[in-house]
Write a protein that binds this ligand. Sequence first.
Ligand SMILES: [Zn+2]
Length: 433
Amino acid sequence: MKRKRRAQCGIASGFPRQRGGHTSVHFDLIVQGGTVLDPESGARTRADVGVVDGEVRAIDPDLPSADTAELIDAQGALVLPGLVDGHTHVYWGGTPLGVDPDALAAASGVTAWIDTGSAGAGNVEGLVRHVIERSPLTIKAFVHLSYVGLVPAGHTDLRFGELFDHRLADVGACLRALREHAPHVLGVKIRLGANSTGPNGVSSLQAARAVADASGLRLMVHVADPPPLLPDVLPYLHAGDLVTHTCTPGLMGILDTAGRVRDEVWRARERGVLFDLGHGSGSFSFAVARRALEQGFVPDILSSDLHAYNVDGPVFDLTTTLTKYLALGLPLDETLRRATREPGRLLGEDVGTLRVGARADIAVVRLESGRFGLGDSTGEVVDHHERLAVHATVLAGRRIVADPTVRPQGKRKPGLPPIDPRLTPPAGHAPAR
Ligand SMILES: [Zn+2]
């Protein structure tokens, strides 16, 4: 059961102090000596974070550590809420794209994951029972409109998208699945484009809209290559719905032929439609992101779209994705907010926050100096002089560490050239052979 929050926000000690200091205070874990960054306000405070019973109990410059079972030295590091990846595919073993979030969380600092439509009504029960309910991570899912879930046509030799046959757009079954798995789901997902809906784009979108309306949940729309075109899609989206693959190089992208962010995109943002990055294998172009950023348009959520066919590059993980926005010039606080509180809002009141009373999901992250090769989905490689690197991950008050016996997560479509050797993987990354 969730405890009541003791402080509204920010950096505060909610622990009842005694005269003469904290002499009777006992913490299970202290993250010591780091710079606590509140991504929501941008405030930075040099402070220790004390954890009791899986909950942040104090954020204070000098917590007593004598009896503390576990200390994490965070000197020179940023102490953040556990990262939230707003777009992933974690139905591992259940769909070809799936990666195992439990195996990847410690190294990546990601304590909350959103699965975006790996499964449809016909197979979401497996995602819930075998992944979500068994994992100590926070995981919620969008359910795909297609009864069979997402068919990875581009990544495999399959030449059949999940909605090429409109009979798979089963509105009733999708609605029943959303109701049945209500605590674990966020809404309905649809992938629009030549590879996924083929000629059925608009009819599938209308069916997905009907599901969202009847369920009262969100609609997330993937955009890639037409048909349909983005201006024909956006009118179907309401406040709180999401467009994913915001910086796709595909022809459903956010820029017009002159390189300007489309008027329809600005209007959608004004009415509350959210834009998710969803880097993925084919959906992030530095050129598009750069042009949009120059015009003041940044995705609301910076997510990886991590799956088995990009975990060995160019995506690797969420912090590598975030480093790409640092390389483009987005300030650190704004970058981190889009991978903590912004996607966290979809998951719950305290997800993506670091405050007294919240669950102690914490990422300790360093800004490493060096020379790092960052790749997009089009083959462009940007060299940057620093990167975000995860130093420690705390999940529900316990430090978690990567299990060296876990299998590598990556898959590779036969016949593709090897990943560009100019790309720098995260430290400790184990690619599939
Ligand atoms: Zn995806």
